[in-house]
Design a protein around this ligand. Structure first.
Ligand SMILES: [Zn+2]
Length: 87
């Protein structure tokens, strides 16, 4: 049994996906948030998933602003793409 979780690229752990989504969009609080972050810190797939999700949401938020920072948005999108292609 591998206690460190997944170490290769792939979808996040099924039981963590919802929690990670809630952390990324700020809905998860307290113990749930702590638990998800602790898991993402040692699980390669969930860590990647959370990072990608957070960046995507940030890009989305930014693109909804009245005067979006085009340069920052492009940087964010490039980073998300990079993460998706890594591994
Ligand atoms: Zn995981």
């Amino acid at each position: 049994m591998n206690l460190r979780g997944h170490t290769t690229e792939g979808p996040p752990c099924r039981r963590m996906e919802k929690v990670l989504q809630q952390i990324a969009d700020g809905r998860a609080r307290g113990l749930k948030r702590w638990y998800g972050l602790a898991h993402a810190a040692r699980c390669f797939r969930c860590g990647n998933f959370l990072q990608r999700l957070s960046l995507s949401l940030e890009a989305l938020k930014m693109s909804r602003q009245i005067e979006p920072d085009v340069e920052a948005l492009a940087r964010l999108k490039a980073r998300v793409k990079e993460l998706s292609e890594e591994g």
